[in-house]
Design a protein around this ligand. Structure first.
Ligand code: GLN
Length: 360
C-alpha cells in the first residue's frame, strides 16, 4: 500500500502524475481539514486545499468525516445481514496502476450481494458477447426497487437489466456450464481473477438468504413464464444466492473495480480478465442502474458508474484512473449504504472526477 503521494497541482493532473510516477516522498502542504457534519461535507473543503492533499489523505479525510454518521439500518430481510456490526466502515481507492489507499475496516470480508451483478454480466459478455446481454436481458433502468416484481412484469421483453435481481438471476442462468456446481465455480473463478484473491462464500449469509429468498424464486418463475431465463429457474436462483454471499473486503472490491478502470486488465496480477471492448458496456449499465431507483440522483450528483449492494459495499469506477470503494452496513430505504455513498461522493467531488465535468 502506498500512502505518501504529495499532490501539488490541480487534482486531475495530479492523479495522472500519481499513476505515472508513483510516490513522492514529502508530506501534504495543507493539514487535513477537521471533520465536519456530513451534510456539509461535500462542499466544505475549498478546491484550493484539495489540490495539495494526496490520495491517502483524501481517503483518511473521507473516513473521518463520515465515521460518526449513524443514519440508516442494516438490511434485515436477509436475517444474517442484520447481525453484521453496523459500525463497520471502510474506504479505499485502488488505482488503475494497482496502488491502494485505504482507511478503516477495509480488511473485513462482507457479502458482495448486488455488487456482484455487473461482474457476472461481464462474464456473460466475455463468453457470449455484449449483444447477448442487451437482447436476452435488457439494459434499461427500471426506476423501481432492486427486487420489484412489478418491474419484471411491466415490459416482458426488456423490463430488466443485469443489475436488478431478475436480470441478475437471468445473467447467472446465461453463464455457460453443465451443472449448478460448474456454473457457480465459473463465477467464483471469474471473481477471483477480477480481485486477484481467493474469495470464499460466507456460508451463514448463503444459508440465511437461501431460506428467505421466496421473492427471488418468484422472479425466476416469472422469467421462466416469459422464456427469459436460460437454465433451470431454481438452479439459477440458488447459484445467484451463492454469488451474492461471496465475501470480499473493501480492498478486494477495489481491485475488482480497478480492473474495470484499467480497461479489463487486473492491475495487480496484470491478467486480462475482460476484453477492453466490453468495459464500456459494463460501465454503462452501472451508470444507468447501479444505484437502483436512486441511479438518476447518483448520476446527477456524482456522475460515475457505480454499484451498490445490501451488504453495505459500493464500488465506483473512474475509467482509466481508479476505483473508489466504501463499505458500511447501514442502508437507506433504497438499499444503498449511507456512509459508503457519502464517502465516495466526497472523494469524487474532491478529485473532480465526475465524468460529465471537464475537471477544474
Ligand atoms: N442477494 C440480494 C437479493 O437478492 C441482493 C440485493 C442487493 O444487494 N440489493 O435481494
Amino acid at each position: 500500500m502506498r500512502s505518501c503521494q504529495r499532490l501539488s497541482r490541480p487534482f486531475v493532473g495530479i492523479v495522472t502524475i500519481v499513476f505515472l510516477t508513483g510516490c513522492a516522498a514529502s508530506q501534504p502542504r495543507v493539514a487535513p481539514a477537521p471533520p465536519v457534519p456530513a451534510a456539509r461535507a461535500a462542499t466544505a473543503v475549498a478546491p484550493a486545499a484539495a489540490t495539495t492533499a494526496d490520495l491517502q489523505q483524501l481517503v483518511n479525510d473521507a473516513y473521518a468525516r463520515f465515521k460518526d454518521v449513524r443514519d440508516g439500518t442494516n438490511a434485515d430481510y436477509i436475517p444474517e445481514l442484520a447481525k453484521v456490526p453496523s459500525d463497520l466502515f471502510g474506504v479505499a481507492i485502488v488505482t488503475a496502476r494497482g496502488d491502494t489507499y485505504s482507511a478503516g475496516d477495509v480488511d473485513h470480508a462482507f457479502s458482495i450481494q448486488s455488487v456482484s451483478k455487473p461482474f457476472t454480466a461481464a462474464l456473460v459478455m466475455e463468453q457470449q458477447g455484449s449483444d447477448a446481454i442487451a437482447q436476452k436481458i435488457g439494459v434499461e433502468p427500471t426506476g423501481l426497487k432492486f427486487n420489484s416484481i412489478l418491474a419484471t412484469q411491466i415490459i416482458p421483453q426488456v423490463s430488466v437489466n443485469p443489475l436488478v435481481n431478475s436480470g441478475a438471476i437471468a445473467s447467472v442462468s446465461m453463464v455457460q456450464a453443465k451443472s449448478a456446481k460448474e456454473r457457480f465455480n465459473t463465477i467464483l473463478d471469474y471473481f477471483d481473477r477480477l480481485s486477484g484473491a481467493k474469495l470464499k462464500v460466507i456460508e451463514d449469509v448463503y444459508k440465511s438468504e437461501a431460506a428467505t429468498n421466496q421473492r427471488n424464486r418468484a422472479h425466476a418463475y416469472i422469467l421462466a413464464a416469459e422464456e427469459r431465463i436460460y437454465s433451470d429457474p431454481m438452479e439459477a436462483v440458488d447459484v445467484y444466492t451463492r454469488q451474492c454471499s461471496i465475501g470480499v473486503t473493501a480492498k478486494q472490491l477495489g481491485v475488482m473495480g480497478a480492473t474495470l478502470a484499467n480497461n479489463g486488465v487486473n492491475p495487480i496480477t496484470q491478467q486480462r480478465v475482460l476484453e477492453a471492448k466490453y468495459v464500456p458496456k459494463v460501465l454503462a449499465i452501472m451508470m444507468m442502474a447501479g444505484f437502483y431507483n436512486e441511479s438518476g440522483m447518483w448520476a446527477y450528483s456524482a456522475g460515475l458508474p457505480a454499484k451498490t449492494g445490501v451488504g453495505g459495499g459500493i464500488v465506483a469506477v473512474v475509467p482509466g484512473k481508479m476505483a473508489i470503494v466504501g463499505f458500511s452496513p447501514r442502508l437507506n430505504p433504497a438499499g444503498n449504504s449511507v456512509r459508503a455513498t457519502k464517502a465516495i461522493q466526497y472523494i469524487t467531488d474532491q478529485l473532480g472526477v465526475n465524468l460529465f465535468g471537464s475537471g477544474r
